[in-house]
Design a protein around this ligand. Sequence first.
Ligand SMILES: *[C@@H]1O[C@H](CO)[C@@H](O)[C@H](O)[C@H]1NC(C)=O
Ligand SMILES: *[C@@H]1O[C@H](CO)[C@@H](O)[C@H](O)[C@H]1NC(C)=O
Ligand SMILES: *[C@@H]1O[C@H](CO)[C@@H](O)[C@H](O)[C@H]1NC(C)=O
Ligand SMILES: *[C@@H]1O[C@H](CO)[C@@H](O)[C@H](O)[C@H]1NC(C)=O
Length: 391
Amino acid sequence: MNRFTKQIVAIISLTLLGCLYLQHVSDCQRPSIALHQSQKSSPSIIDENNNNNNHNNNKSNNNNKCKPRSNIVFIKAHKCASSAIQNIFIRYGYFNDKIFVLPKDGNYLGHPQLFQRSLVPDPRSFKSNYNILTHHSRLNYREMSLLMPNNTIFITIIRKPINLFESMFHYYKLDKLWTITFDDFNQPKSFIPKKVKENRLVGKIGINQMMFDMGMTPKDFENDDKIRHFIQRLDSVFSLVMVAERMEESLILLKRLLCWNFDDIVVFKVNARNTNSKHHLNATGIKRIEQLNRADQMLYEHFTKKFEREVRKFGQKRMKREINTLRTRTKSYYELCVNKTITNSKSQIVRFVTRREDNLMCQFLTNNELSLTKFIRKEQIKRYPSSVFQN
Ligand SMILES: *[C@@H]1O[C@H](CO)[C@@H](O)[C@H](O)[C@H]1NC(C)=O
Ligand SMILES: *[C@@H]1O[C@H](CO)[C@@H](O)[C@H](O)[C@H]1NC(C)=O
Ligand SMILES: *[C@@H]1O[C@H](CO)[C@@H](O)[C@H](O)[C@H]1NC(C)=O
Ligand SMILES: *[C@@H]1O[C@H](CO)[C@@H](O)[C@H](O)[C@H]1NC(C)=O
C-alpha cells in the first residue's frame, strides 16, 4: 500500500471504530436527516403573538441592559449530558449566523490529543472570526484563546463521578477493555486490574474522564497537589461550570450569563439521564470507584460548591420562577415538535421523532449531534468556504 492508501484505510477504520465505540448505535445507523432551511429567520414559532419569543425583544432577556454574548467555547465532557447543551449552542449559532469551529468530518476536534489551532483553518483565511467551539475537544486554553476572539466565554458541564463512571462503563463496554465486571467493584476482595488505570478506549475514554477532557495528563491523576493546582486554573478559565444533576438551574444560569432568552435554552433531554440503572453499587463499590476517579471527585466537589453559591446569589424565588417559565416553554415545544420517542432496552430515550419536518426549530430540537453537525458544516461551507478544512 502506498502512503495515501494507508491514510485512507486508517481514516475509514478510525471512523468505523468511532462509530462502534463512541456513538449511540442509532447515530451510526441513521442516515443523515435532510434538514430544511425554510424559516431560518423565525425559529420561535409556537405563538406568533407572543412577543417574548422574539430574539430581538430585549424584554425576554434577563434585563434590559445586557447584550447577548455569542463567542463561546464549550468543553463537551463525555457522558455529562453535554449533547443537550451542545444542541443549544448549535441552534443558537445557526439561527444567529455565527461561525463554528468545525472538524472536517465527524464530531471531534483533536482528542485524545489536546486542541490545537492547526486543526482548523486560520480565521484570517475567511476574513472573520470564529464564534462557537462546541464539538468534543480537550481543553487547551492557550491554543483556544489564540484562536477565538478575546471576549470568548468558556463553559462546561460536570456530572457526579460515580454516575458518570457507571454510565460510561456500560455505554462504552469497558468490561471488555478492562476485563472486569461492574460488580467486581463491589467485591472487597476482587482484584482491580492495572488496565483500569492505564488503558483508555481508543485513547479517549477511561478513569477521571472529566479531568481528561479538561486537558489533564493521566500521569498526574495520583498527585493531589497537581490536581488542586489544575482545578484552580480551571476555576479561572470557566465562567460557568454547569452540573448535570442540576440541569434546569444550570440552564437558567447559562441563560443569564449569555443574556439569551428562554427559547434559546430549551432542550428535550433534561431528564433522560435520571434513569436508575440495575447495577447497584454498595459502599465498597462506591468507595473504590471514587478512589479511582479521585481527580474527577475533587473537580466535582470544587465546582458543585461554587455552583451552589451561584444559585444562591441568583435568588431562590427568581430561580423558581424562571424554571417554571422554562418548563412551560419546553412543554410547548415538546407538544409542537415530538410525535413519539424511541427508547432502548433500558427504556432510556435515544431519540425523538418529530411531527414537524417542516419546522427548523423542531428539526434542531429532535436531531442528534451527528446529523446536526453535518448540516451546519454544509451550511457554513456555503457561506464561508475556507472556514472548514475540506477533503
Ligand atoms: C430594546 O432595545 C432597543 C435598543 O436595542 C431600545 O431602543 C428599546 O427601547 C428597548 N426596548 C425595551 C422595551 O427596553
Ligand atoms: C483583543 O486582543 C488583541 C491582541 O491581543 C488586542 O489588540 C485587542 O485590542 C483586543 N480587543 C479587545 C476588545 O480587548
Ligand atoms: C458489597 O457487596 C459485596 C457482594 O456483592 C460484599 O462482598 C461486600 O461486603 C459489600 N460491601 C458492603 C460495604 O456492604
Ligand atoms: C406520528 O406517528 C404515527 C405513528 O407512527 C404516524 O402514523 C403519524 O403519521 C405521525 N404523525 C406525524 C404528523 O408525523
